[in-house]
Ligand binder design. Structure first.
Ligand code: ZN
Ligand code: ZN
Length: 216
């Protein structure tokens, strides 16, 4: 019997026999109850950062633009409670298997520009055992252009502290820097992480930076 990766309910029991033939995904990793808890970003969203339920450029993006950072970001899911629970299980408990649930969404990112994942610090890598962003990308080609210093967890900082935190990234040595990239992250909250990463890339000569995250 297949069990849901999140709640351990038996999956097949949720479906009638006839429905089994209609399932779109070849491997079913989640029960229907858990699947329903994840919400795609609705049609009403910020055209720059995908913030849900706003009808024009959101105030976050307007503020970034004042600082010279034009956001061109795509996200798929709303960072709701179910997503918060998912990421706490995946990142903080360190359940690596959970990358499989959202990996397919990373396959649809335009491959016109090289994908550059947001790195995690060596300390975090040692604790967690994996980078939750590159885990999603494992089938694809990507360049790890950036590295991150050991620093305070962004999730332990409030909004103001995040916006004012020093840049934790630097360019890895010895790699060829492309002119266009798509930065890849798991969650977009204030935009500070992507802002910092893009500052480093701009200084290194990248002139077109777009970004993607699973959640906003
Ligand atoms: Zn479940
Ligand atoms: Zn926005």
């Amino acid at each position: 019997m297949i069990k849901c990766l999140l709640c351990s309910r038996n999956i097949a029991q949720n479906f009638l026999f006839s429905e089994l033939f209609l399932l779109k995904s070849p491997q079913n990793l989640l029960c229907s109850k858990c699947q329903k808890n994840f919400e795609k970003i609705p049609e009403a969203h910020c055209p720059c950062c995908c913030k849900p339920n706003v009808h024009e450029i959101c105030t976050d993006c307007q503020n970034w633009e004042k600082r010279g950072y034009k956001i061109r970001h795509q996200a798929i899911f709303h960072y709701n409670q179910a997503m918060k629970d998912y990421f706490s299980q995946y990142k903080f408990v360190g359940d690596y298997r959970l990358y499989q649930i959202f990996e397919p969404y990373f396959k649809n990112i335009s491959q016109k520009s090289p994908l550059v994942p947001i790195p995690i610090s060596p300390k975090r890598l040692e604790e967690r055992g994996f980078n939750q962003v590159t885990a999603f990308l494992q089938q694809d080609n990507f360049i790890e252009l950036l590295e991150k210093e050991n620093s305070v967890k962004q999730s332990s900082l409030n909004r103001k502290e995040r916006l004012e935190s020093p840049n934790p990234f630097r360019l890895k040595k010895g790699l060829k820097v492309p002119t266009k990239v798509i930065l890849i992250d798991d969650i977009y909250t204030t935009g500070t992480t992507l802002y910092h990463a893009s500052q480093i890339l701009k200084e290194a000569g990248v002139h077109e930076i777009r970004s993607f995250s699973l959640c906003r």
